[in-house]
Design a protein around this ligand. Structure first.
Ligand SMILES: [Cu+2]
Length: 492
């Protein structure tokens, strides 16, 4: 290397840092460099330690190299022809290097092993020394929540065995508690990665893996603005409630999906990190941090919705119904003479007072579109793969109970609003190539799941009459898909 080149090399180095430094924000969606929990923090600290060690080694080795290059450079033609004197190493330097490498490895090994121990087991609540060292309260451990995570192509099942509820793709958790995660898969190997809270762990068929995490409430409550100045937020902004839809509203207000990233309080982005098939890149999920109270209310809502004993039963002419009772009974005006809907008693209702709107004793619980959407859900065979109760752990598709509370659709891939849901139901293959709703076992063009796809009208040979027929059919499909979406979003 000629000294004349040095300024140019130094300049390119700074230009590189300048250009690529602008590309990344440390606090981006799926950044392991922005830890928001104890386990992630421990992994981050080890990473940073190894980065510093590596930088030190780079400078030490590179510095020696530069020094030697400059000092022993041939100054003229004559020197360049000379053969340097030959020697056989230097045992002092070699011993020193071996010793130094060993010390460096030990410096790395100690925290790494400690980190592995930490990650593999939730600390014992009786082990006060460890709790103090980790700055944890006993309650945070004793009240730990267990979530059984099952990976499926290409979505996630989250079961909460302590509460008897099942959901999918959005892991709602209390911010103040340790979360135990049991991981398994029903098909191929996936990997659970929630970078701001904990590292990756594989999900394997026929084998259960374990990890845990705990969020750091202080970190969730404090933010930095665009200029890097820290500020505190209040709890409703930092962690909008999921159970009443505030979280969904907050996410929709802040983010154009896939556009620039704006952090929304309490939302953590997760991703499958093990190639599992053609839609692997779209197999993401969310972790939604909640206050204890909001988490409790969410659990309660899901428990109510998934409790088979709380499902309304058919109206019975020999029963009395107190005010507020909900029953299922006929409503011919809906579709045909066999249609049924849910009614709510406006007052105390005596025996034999059959639900209808003329008597004034009963009212609609849901809109007509909702009720029709519900029947479409059945007739289009959605229930073949989707459960609306807690039995759905083994079902082929994501559990859809209270789907209207979820912020995302298609395993975190799109935001869960009406236009996207319509697109999804019309042609999910277009949105998420290879997904197993469109391509699932037993699904062909005759299956209900493909019945909302608009028919192309502009084919050359079609007569005007036929085109009109197709147009009307498309209109009808549009109405049906809208009703179905109303049902999916408004379930309560
Ligand atoms: Cu994957």
């Amino acid at each position: 290397m000629h000294p004349r080149h040095i300024p140019r090399i130094v300049l390119s180095f700074f230009l590189f840092i300048f250009l690529f430094g602008g590309c990344s924000r440390v606090d981006h969606k799926q950044s392991a460099l922005d830890p928001k929990g104890l386990v992630a923090q421990s992994q981050y600290d080890i990473f940073i330690l190894s980065v510093w060690i590596t930088i030190f080694l780079f400078c030490a080795v590179g510095g020696c190299l530069l020094y030697v290059l400059l000092k022993y450079r041939a100054k003229n033609q004559e020197e360049a022809m000379e053969i340097p004197s030959q020697s056989h190493g230097n045992s002092k330097i070699e011993s020193f290097l071996i010793l130094a490498s060993t010390v460096i490895l030990v410096i790395l090994a100690v925290p790494t092993l400690q980190g592995i121990v930490l990650m593999n087991k939730v600390p014992d609540p009786d082990d006060e020394a460890t709790l103090t060292r980790l700055n944890l309260d006993r309650e945070q451990i004793e009240g730990a929540i267990t979530v059984n995570v099952t990976g499926k192509r290409y979505f996630w099942v989250f079961e909460y065995p302590q509460f008897g509820i099942v959901t999918a793709n959005e892991l709602v958790f209390p911010v103040s508690k340790a979360i135990r995660i049991n991981l398994t898969s029903e098909d191929v190997i996936h990997s659970f990665w929630l970078p701001k809270l904990a590292g990756k762990m594989d999900l394997m068929p026929g084998h259960e893996n374990f990890m845990w995490f705990i969020a750091d409430q202080e970190k969730i409550l404090s933010r930095t603005d665009r200029d890097g100045n820290p500020y505190k937020t209040d709890v409703p902004t930092a962690m909008p409630a999921v159970f009443d839809g505030s979280m969904r509203d907050a996410v929709f207000a802040k983010q154009d999906f896939n556009a620039t990233f704006e952090p929304v309080g309490g939302v953590f982005y997760g991703q499958c990190a093990e190639f599992c098939g053609n839609s692997h890149a779209y197999m993401s999920f969310r972790g939604l941090a909640q206050t204890d109270e909001d988490f409790g209310l969410w659990v309660e809502r899901l428990q109510t919705a998934q409790n088979p004993n709380l499902k309304p039963s058919k109206w019975n002419s020999s029963s009395e119904y107190p005010k507020g009772s909900i029953v299922i009974a006929k409503d011919e005006s809906l579709i045909d003479e066999n249609s049924e809907r849910e009614y709510r008693a406006v007052t105390d209702v005596k025996k034999g007072n059959e639900p209808s709107f003329s008597s004034g004793a009963w009212e609609k619980l849901h809109s007509d579109d909702y009720e029709i959407g519900k029947t479409i859900f059945e007739s289009a065979q959605c229930g073949q793969c989707h459960a609306l109760d807690r039995t759905g752990i083994g079902s082929k598709g994501p559990n859809l109970t209270l789907f209207g509370l979820r912020t995302s659709l298609a395993a975190g891939w799109m935001r869960n609003d009406r236009p996207n849901l319509i697109k999804w139901l019309q042609n999910s293959q277009d949105i998420k190539f290879g997904n197993l709703m469109w391509n699932g076992e037993g699904v062909d063009d005759k299956h209900g799941v493909r019945s909302f796809q608009p028919i192309p009208i502009d084919e050359v040979n079609d007569s005007p009459l036929k085109k009109e027929e197709k147009r009307l059919l498309n209109e009808e499909k549009k109405v049906r898909v809208n009703q179905l979406v109303t049902y999916l979003l408004e379930q309560s």
